[in-house]
Write a protein that binds this ligand. Structure first.
Ligand code: MN3
Length: 191
């Protein structure tokens, strides 16, 4: 069955940028709920043995009557796992090495990349995600609604930010731009 990996840090470790109020319920209720419901939906299916990434990348293998539900649950599981594992108490700053070089190559500068990613995060109307992805060797910034992920359209997600209200409301209320600014202090560029 699909497994929710442990957080690689404690619920208090990303404070003050992201505090327990936006980590604990989010991880133990929202994300855990998606995983439990995904396992329940596929309990009697061989698909429960597929890797999460391959399931999300090719939903055509899911029976039509189940596809919409599995897309939501598997997409949300995949997105949350990448989100949690993109964060670290030792995060922040700027990337170095190959990623830094690729960002300069495709965006002109780190600052321009950050500006575009923040703008995509702020402009996503309603629930969704912002992304940095590798699309056939070129980095790109995008946003998606609900559970959608660039993995569903053939790109390789590298970094994501959850901009569903449940990701920030208890700490930042309606101030999504403040949440986006806080995110940059805990991005784990090594991941
Ligand atoms: Mn979420």
């Amino acid at each position: 069955s699909f497994v929710q990996r442990d957080l690689p840090y404690g619920f208090d470790d990303l404070a003050p940028h992201l505090d327990r109020s936006v980590l604990e319920i989010h991880f133990t209720k929202h994300h855990a709920g998606y995983v439990a419901n995904l396992n329940a939906a596929l309990e009697h299916s061989d698909l429960i043995n597929k890797s999460l990434e391959s399931l999300v990348a090719d939903l055509s293998v899911v029976a039509e009557g189940q596809r919409a539900a599995v897309k939501k649950l598997a997409g949300q599981h995949y997105n949350h796992q990448l989100y949690w594992e993109s964060l670290s108490p030792r995060g922040g700053g700027e990337p170095v090495g190959a990623l830094a070089d690729a960002i300069v190559r495709d965006f002109g500068s780190y600052d321009e990349f950050r500006k575009q990613f923040s703008a995509a995060s702020a402009a996503q109307f309603g629930s969704g995600w912002a992304w940095l992805s590798d699309n056939n060797g070129k980095l790109e910034v995008s946003s998606t609604g609900n559970e959608d992920t660039p993995l569903m359209t053939g790109a390789k997600p590298l970094l994501t930010l959850d901009v569903w209200e449940h990701a920030y409301y208890l700490q930042y209320q309606n101030r999504r731009p403040d949440f986006i600014e806080a995110f940059w202090n805990v991005v784990d560029w090594n991941a």
